[in-house]
Write a protein that binds this ligand. Structure first.
Ligand code: ARG
Length: 568
C-alpha cells in the first residue's frame, strides 16, 4: 500500500534539497487538530541552512506543492506547511487494499525473513502454572505473532525450568512417601506436596539432603532409574501445561529447557576458564562483574554443580549456532533484570559480538484483588482455572443475551479466553496491575468482548446485505469523505504502522489500544450512518468500508492471539 509519509517525504524533498528523504520523513508530524491538515511539516530546522525566516520557507514549500493531485489543499500557517491529503484516492487505496489482502492486511516486510527467537512462558516443571504465568505466556505469544506479521522468521521456544537440585529432592521424596497413581491423577499438586514434605522431613533428618544431592548427581550422570523418574515428572507436568496452551491457542517450535543444556555446560565452563573470566570465591567459581556495576555471577557451586546462568550461557551459544538469530528475545519478568544484564555482559566479555542481539523484554507483576499469592501457603490461583471461569461466566452472559447460535460452547471459549487475553494485553507491560474480574468481562468497556462484539456486528451487517455484499470493489469513495466514515478509514490505514511500532517496542498494548480505537470508530460510523441505505452506490461504499473494518479488526485480534467470532 502507499506509505503516505514516505510519498510526502519524497515530494517535500523536491522542495528542500538540503535534507535527506529520511530526515524529512522523521520531521513530518500528524497534527492533533485535523483542521491543521492530515500531515504537517515544520520548517524551523531549515531556517539556519536557508538563512530565511521559517514562515517564508513554509510559504515557498506550500506554493511548490500546490496543484499536486495528492493534495486537496496545502496551507502555510506560521512556520508550518499543513497538508490535506486528497481524500478520494486515499480512501479507495486503503479500503480496496484491506478487502483484497484479507488476512494479510497489516503485514509488512520489516523483518525480511530474518530469524528471531521469541522465548516465552517457560514455567517450572512440577510447580503450579498459576495466574502469574499469564504475563510471559500471553505477552510473549503476541510478540511472536506481531513479529511474524512484520516478516520475521520466528522460532518459538519454551525454555522449561526442568532442571536443578530440586529434582533430586523430588525423587527422594517420591521414593520414600510417594505413589505412582497419585502423580498420574493429579500431577502438579502431588509433586508439589512431595517437595514440601521433603523440606519438612529434612528439618528432622538432615541426611535426606545428602541423599537428594547424590540423587541429583546420579540424574546429572544420566543414571537410568533417576532419568526415568525425572522424565516421567516432566511429561506429566507438560501434559498440564499443554492443556493451558491449547486453550490459549499457543504453539511452540521447541521445548528445549534447562535440562537440554546439561551436557553443554562443561564446554562453557571450560571456555570461561580459557578466557580467564572465572574467579574463585569461597570455593565457588564466579565471573566478577564489579567493573561493570553488576554483582558477581556464580557459575559453579562449591560442589561443582552448575547454576541457572550457566545453563543460560550454554543456551545462548547453542541458539546462535543453531538458528543464527538476528535477535534472541526473552520475555521474562523484570525480577530477572539483573540476570539478563549479567548474561549479556558475560557473553560480551567472552568476545561474542552478537551479545548485543540479546533482548530482555521485562514485565511487572500481576496480583489478585483477594491479596497476594503464596505457593507455600497454598494461596495459588491456577491459570487454567481462571480461563475456565471466564468461559463459564461468558456462557452465562451469552445465554442471558439470547444470542442466536447453535455453537454456544465455541463462542463462550473464544470470548471467555479472549477476554482474559485482551485484558492482559491492555496493560502497559512494565506496570504492575491487579487482576479484576468485573473489568475483564465487561461487554461495554474497552475489553475483548466489546471488540469481538464489534467484529460480529460488522459480520452481521454484511450478512444482512445479502448479495449486495458479494462484490464491493470499485466503490465510489465520495460517500466516505466525511465525519465518522473518514475517521474509520484513517484508523484502518494506521494498522500496519501500529503493528510495526508495537513490534519494535515489544509492546502489544499499543496494538490493543489501536484495536479499541478501530472498534470505537466503527461503532460511531454504525450509529451515525445508515449503512444499508436505498442509494445503491452509497450502500456499496459503506459496505466496502464495513468489510475493510471487519478485516482490520480481525487481523488485529489475531495478533493478540484471539479469535474473532462471526456471531455473538
Ligand atoms: N523458568 C524461569 C522462571 O519460571 C523462567 C525462565 C526464563 N528464561 C531463561 N532463559 N532464563 O522463573
Amino acid at each position: 500500500m502507499i506509505n503516505v509519509k514516505e510519498e510526502l517525504a519524497k515530494l517535500l524533498k523536491e522542495q528542500v534539497a538540503d535534507l535527506t528523504v529520511e530526515e524529512i520523513a522523521g520531521m513530518i508530524e500528524v497534527p492533533q487538530n485535523s483542521e491543521m491538515g492530515d500531515y504537517s511539516f515544520p520548517c524551523f530546522r531549515l531556517a539556519k541552512v536557508l538563512r530565511k525566516a521559517p514562515p517564508l520557507i513554509a510559504k515557498g514549500i506550500a506554493d511548490g506543492l500546490a496543484g499536486n493531485p495528492m493534495f486537496e489543499k496545502v496551507e502555510q500557517v506560521n512556520a508550518y506547511v499543513n497538508m490535506f491529503i486528497a481524500k478520494e484516492p486515499f480512501i479507495s487505496e486503503v479500503v480496496e487494499e484491506a478487502m483484497a489482502k484479507g488476512d494479510d492486511y497489516g503485514k509488512s516486510n520489516v523483518g525480511q525473513g530474518r530469524p528471531e527467537i521469541v522465548e516465552f512462558s517457560s514455567p517450572n516443571i512440577a510447580k503450579p502454572f498459576h495466574i502469574g504465568h499469564i504475563r510471559s505466556t500471553v505477552i510473549g505469544n503476541s510478540i511472536n505473532l506481531i513479529h511474524q506479521a512484520m516478516g520475521f522468521h520466528v522460532i518459538r521456544i519454551n525454555h522449561l525450568g526442568d532442571y536443578g537440585t530440586q529434582f533430586g529432592k523430588m525423587i527422594v521424596a517420591f521414593r520414600h512417601w510417594g505413589n505412582e497413581e497419585d502423580v498420574r491423577n493429579n500431577p502438579i499438586p502431588t509433586l508439589l506436596s512431595y517437595y514440601t514434605k521433603f523440606h519438612v522431613e529434612a528439618e528432622k533428618d538432615p541426611s535426606l539432603n545428602d541423599e537428594a544431592r547424590e540423587t541429583f548427581a546420579r540424574l546429572e550422570h544420566g543414571e537410568e532409574e533417576e532419568t526415568r523418574l525425572w522424565q516421567w515428572f516432566r511429561d506429566e507436568s507438560l501434559k498440564e501445561f499443554n492443556r493451558v496452551y491449547k486453550l490459549l491457542g499457543i504453539e511452540y517450535d521447541s521445548y528445549a529447557g534447562e535440562s537440554f543444556y546439561s551436557d553443554k555446560m562443561p564446554a562453557v565452563v571450560e571456555e570461561l576458564k580459557e578466557k580467564n573470566l572465572l574467579k574463585e570465591s569461597q570455593g565457588a567459581e564466579i565471573v566478577d562483574l564489579e567493573p561493570y556495576g553488576l554483582t558477581p555471577a556464580p557459575i559453579l557451586k562449591s560442589d561443582g554443580s552448575t547454576l541457572y546462568i550457566t545453563r543460560d550461557l550454554a543456551c545462548a551459544k547453542y541458539r546462535k549456532a543453531t538458528y543464527d538469530f538476528y535477535k534472541n528475545i526473552y520475555v521474562v519478568a523484570s525480577q530477572q533484570n539483573l540476570h539478563f544484564q549479567q548474561l549479556k555482559k558475560i557473553l560480551e566479555l567472552m568476545g561474542y559480538e552478537w551479545s548485543k542481539d540479546i533482548v530482555h523484554v521485562p514485565f511487572g507483576l500481576v496480583s489478585l484483588e483477594e491479596g497476594t499469592m503464596s505457593t507455600r501457603e497454598g494461596r495459588v490461583v491456577f491459570l487454567e482455572d481462571v480461563l475456565n471461569r471466564a468461559i463459564d461466566e461468558t456462557r452465562d452472559i451469552i445465554r442471558e443475551k439470547g444470542v442466536a447460535t447453535d455453537n454456544i460452547e465455541e463462542i463462550a471459549k473464544q470470548v471467555g479466553v479472549g477476554a482474559v487475553v485482551f485484558n492482559e494485553l491492555s496493560n502497559n507491560r512494565i506496570k504492575d496491575y491487579v487482576f479484576n474480574w468485573k473489568q475483564v468481562l465487561d461487554f461495554n468497556g474497552e475489553t475483548g468482548p466489546y471488540v469481538q462484539y464489534t467484529y460480529a456486528r460488522c459480520a452481521s451487517v454484511l450478512r444482512n446485505a445479502g448479495e449486495d455484499a458479494n462484490d464491493l470493489t470499485g466503490f465510489d469513495p465520495q460517500y466516505l469523505k466525511e465525519g465518522s466514515a473518514y475517521t474509520l478509514v484513517k484508523e484502518i490505514y494506521a494498522l500496519t504502522d501500529v503493528i510495526i511500532e508495537a513490534g519494535t517496542k515489544y509492546e502489544p498494548s499499543i496494538l490493543t489500544r489501536h484495536i479499541v480505537d478501530m472498534a470505537q470508530a466503527f461503532n460511531k460510523f454504525y450509529h451515525d450512518e445508515h449503512i444499508l441505505t436505498d442509494n445503491k452506490e452509497e450502500r456499496k461504499a459503506k459496505l466496502a468500508l464495513t468489510s475493510a473494518a471487519k478485516t482490520a479488526i480481525k487481523n488485529g485480534l489475531k495478533l493478540l492471539g484471539m479469535e474473532a467470532p462471526e456471531r455473538m
